[in-house]
Design a binder for this molecule. Structure first.
Ligand SMILES: [Zn+2]
Length: 110
């Protein structure tokens, strides 16, 4: 399989996710910074903190998966399902280049 296309996709996604991570971290920091606020502001910021926290976790997960995908390309074992060892379809990989499982294993795990 020609992996250079997927490598480019993954590299692009990695940069995107790192940008999201950076802005979410900045957000998290500005929420944590102590400043004058009333109860409404505190309630609003608590809500925002939850969202930012979710974004941070999700983005860190995404980055991890992308990095695993990239390292598989380096090792030459990209595109195989971690569960059953079958090929992951190129169609699936073009939608989700960091996919670690084939379609059927993924639906079993969901
Ligand atoms: Zn599988």
């Amino acid at each position: 399989m020609n992996t250079s296309k997927f490598k480019n996709e993954l590299a692009k996604k990695l940069i995107e996710q790192q940008a999201i991570l950076k802005s979410a971290s900045d957000d998290a920091e500005s929420i944590r910074r102590p400043h004058c606020r009333d109860l409404w502001e505190i309630a609003e910021e608590t809500e925002r903190a939850v969202i930012v926290d979710n974004t941070l976790q999700q983005t860190q997960q995404n980055i991890k998966h992308i990095e695993i995908g990239l390292s598989k390309i380096e090792k030459g074992d990209y595109g195989f399902c971690e569960e059953c060892g079958d090929d992951i379809s190129p169609k699936r990989l073009s939608i989700l280049p960091e996919a670690a499982f084939c379609q059927s294993c993924q639906s079993k795990n969901d």
